[in-house]
Each structure stands twice: as structure tokens, then as C-alpha cells.
Design a binder for this molecule. Structure first.
Ligand code: ADP
Ligand code: MG
Length: 327
């Protein structure tokens, strides 16, 4: 059976049957709109990410279940970066006729698996035929008490700069694929199955430990610029403190030109945040509570040259600044 046989409405009916109506969902899939609850006094957070075949992913490289899960995770990562709780998902699909029903099932399996794992409900969407390439558009809705909202803006000179997890692994897997190599499983996992740092983001926000935060989708340097933009702030980064995995070290020992991916590899989906010095201990304690590396990688300073990367001796080194750019 193909998509042509079951049709748009057959697929939507199948979706409706496989989705459990989660908390806060008054009306989910099946009406003209979803009707959703927002806790009294909280703000609604809304974010969307597009994943386009041959722009963001290649169908011959990614398993459709991974694509489904990733399309959820990259959106939840934005909710994490505001400190919010994710609640509802809306899924837009452009489906080429070359896609089999089995592939669509795998996509939905990955999508709904990741949604369930994060206690988020799929509440609606749109499904259309696409000429040639698969396109996926996901909108995530989250909520947050207004007083706990963490923005990109808000870091102050003297604040410490932290990142969660490890950097560069996703970008390295992509470079290896582009070079015709098979990435090590741990690196492939970083690229194909990112996880949003939701509980860490929530704790940093609700405990008032951070002055600003962003999730790393375009690369450390590019996203750091977003964090500092508009406030005439600068930063220093400590080259020897950058958190990387053993696999990253092993692969880049053979290919030193790939080490820069720590700074400009995309799709890490880790959190980058600024912390007033007096909160240092409390932030570092979260590492054990949430079983995640939390690394002090630099410091915010007043204006001047936007970002200085310093070696172990404190001397500036040059790093190519380009993050992922579409245009
Ligand atoms: P309309 O024509 O009013 O947009 P549709 O026939 O497109 O309605 O959709 C019917 C129902 O199915 C709606 O509740 C819509 O949100 C849901 N829906 C359609 N496509 C998807 C999808 N890809 N994922 C989740 N829900 C979907
Ligand atoms: Mg529609």
C-alpha cells in the first residue's frame, strides 16, 4: 500500500488513532483547530523549525525514525533555552510520492516516541503532497511562569559562560559523512538523535541561576554572538577548556583541521548560558543532579573585540568564525 492508496485523510486518521490525548489537550487532532490549556498566569512559548530534504538532511543518510525524533528534539531545545516546559506539537508534512508508507510509519514512530519521552502531545498539523522532496515543519508550544523566562539578552560583564554536554560531535559526524566516512556511533548519535536539555534548562531558569541562555544550533561562536548582540558585550573563551568527547579527540587527532568544529560545528543542541560568579557552585552542582557535563568555558566582558579565544597561556588565538549560514 502506498500513500496514494490511503490518501491524506487515511494518514490523518491513522495519526489520530496513534496519538494519545495528553494533559491540557481539550481538543487534539480532528477538528479545525486544537484547543489547549495554558496554566493560569503563565506565558505561552512558541517556536518552529523547518527540516528540508537536501538542505537540512539527506534521505540516504538519515533513518526516518531518527528524522522524526530529531524534528521534535530541535524544537524542544528552543523551549529548553528559554527555561520552559514543552507541552504541544504541531506537525506540517510535505510528502513526496517516492516516500513509502513504511517510511512514513518510521518517521511517525520516531516523532511520537520523542514526543512521549518528553511528555509532549501532538495536537495537529497539516499534510500535503510534495513534488519531490520531503519537508517537515514542527511548531512546539511550551509554557513558563513569566518571572522565570530566560532570554538571550541579559548577560552582564563579569558573568561566567557555561556550556552543557560536549561540543562539535554533531558537526564532526556530518563532516565525516561528507568525506565519505562512516562516523563512530557516538558521533552519529549526536548528529541523528540529539536530545533537548529540558530538565537542565528548566532548573537553571526556575532556580534563577542564569542571566541569559541560548541553545547551540549554529555553532558556539555564532550563537555566542547572538547572546552578546545588542548589549555591547564581548567575551573570552578558554581554548583548553572546551568540552569534547573521547571520540571527537580520537577522530580530530587524525584530522586537526576538524578541531574547529568545537567553535563552528552546528547542531550541538547544548545550552550556552551566563552565570553571575556567586552562583558558580550551585550551577556546577547541577552536573551531578542531571548527569550532564557542565563546563565553564569563558567569561563575559565589556565591549571591545567581540570574542577572544585564549590558549592555556592566556594568549589570543584565531579561530575561523563561520557558523552554519543558509544564504
Ligand atoms: P483543515 O483542512 O481544516 O486544515 P485537515 O484536513 O488538514 O484540516 O486536518 C484535519 C485534522 O488533522 C486537523 O485537526 C489537523 O490539525 C490534523 N492534521 C493534519 N495533518 C496532520 C499532521 N501531519 N500531524 C498532526 N495532525 C494533523
Ligand atoms: Mg489542513
Amino acid at each position: 500500500m502506498s500513500l496514494h492508496d490511503i490518501g491524506e485523510f487515511g494518514l490523518i486518521e491513522q495519526l489520530r488513532r496513534s496519538v494519545r490525548q495528553g494533559p491540557g489537550v481539550k481538543i487534539g487532532i480532528g477538528d479545525d483547530c486544537a484547543a489547549l490549556e495554558v496554566p493560569a498566569g503563565e506565558l505561552l512559548l512558541v517556536t518552529n523549525d523547518l527540516l528540508l530534504e537536501n538542505v537540512h538532511f539527506r534521505r540516504d543518510w538519515i533513518d526516518l525514525a531518527d528524522l522524526g525524533a530529531k524534528s521534535v528534539a530541535v524544537n524542544l531545545s528552543d523551549i529548553a533555552a528559554m527555561g520552559g516546559v514543552p507541552r504541544y506539537l504541531v506537525l506540517g508534512l510535505g510528502l513526496p510520492s517516492s516516500l513509502t508508507l513504511g517510511e512514513i510509519d518510521r518517521f511517525l514512530e520516531g516523532f511520537l516516541g520523542e514526543a512521549t519521552a518528553n511528555e509532549v502531545s501532538l495536537v495537529g498539523g497539516d499534510t500535503c503532497r510534495a513534488e519531490q522532496f520531503l519537508s517537515v515543519s514542527v511548531t512546539a508550544h511550551g509554557t513558563i511562569p513569566a518571572s522565570e523566562l530566560v532570554r538571550r539578552k541579559g548577560g552582564r560583564p563579569g558573568d561566567l559562560l557555561y556550556v552543557s554536554g560536549e561540543l562539535g560531535g554533531s558537526g564532526l559526524a556530518l563532516c565525516q559523512l561528507e568525506a565519505g566516512q562512516k562516523p563512530e556511533p557516538s558521533l552519529a548519535c549526536r548528529h541523528f538523535r540529539p536530545r533537548a536539555r529540558l530538565s537542565l534548562g528548566r532548573a537553571l531558569a526556575s532556580r534563577g541561576l542564569v542571566t541569559s541562555m541560548i541553545d547551540l544550533s549554529d555553532g558556539l561562536l555564532a550563537d555566542l554572538h547572538h547572546l552578546l548582540a545588542g548589549d555591547s558585550l564581548g567575551a573570552v573563551l578558554y581554548l583548553d577548556k572546551m568540552p569534547v568527547s573521547e571520540a571527537f579527540d580520537r577522530v580530530t587527532a587524525r584530522r586537526p583541521e576538524w578541531r574547529n568544529l568545537v567553535f563552528n560545528g552546528g547542531e550541538d543542541y547544548e545550552l550556552l548560558f551566563t552565570v553571575p560568579e556567586q552562583q558558580r557552585l550551585e550551577v556546577e552542582k547541577l552536573s551531578e543532579e542531571f548527569d550532564v557535563r557542565i563546563t565553564e568555558v569563558g567569561k563575559v566582558k565589556k565591549g571591545g573585540k567581540p570574542v577572544d579565544v585564549l590558549d592555556a597561556a592566556g594568549n589570543p588565538v584565531s579561530v575561523a568564525a563561520a557558523g552554519f549560514r543558509h544564504f
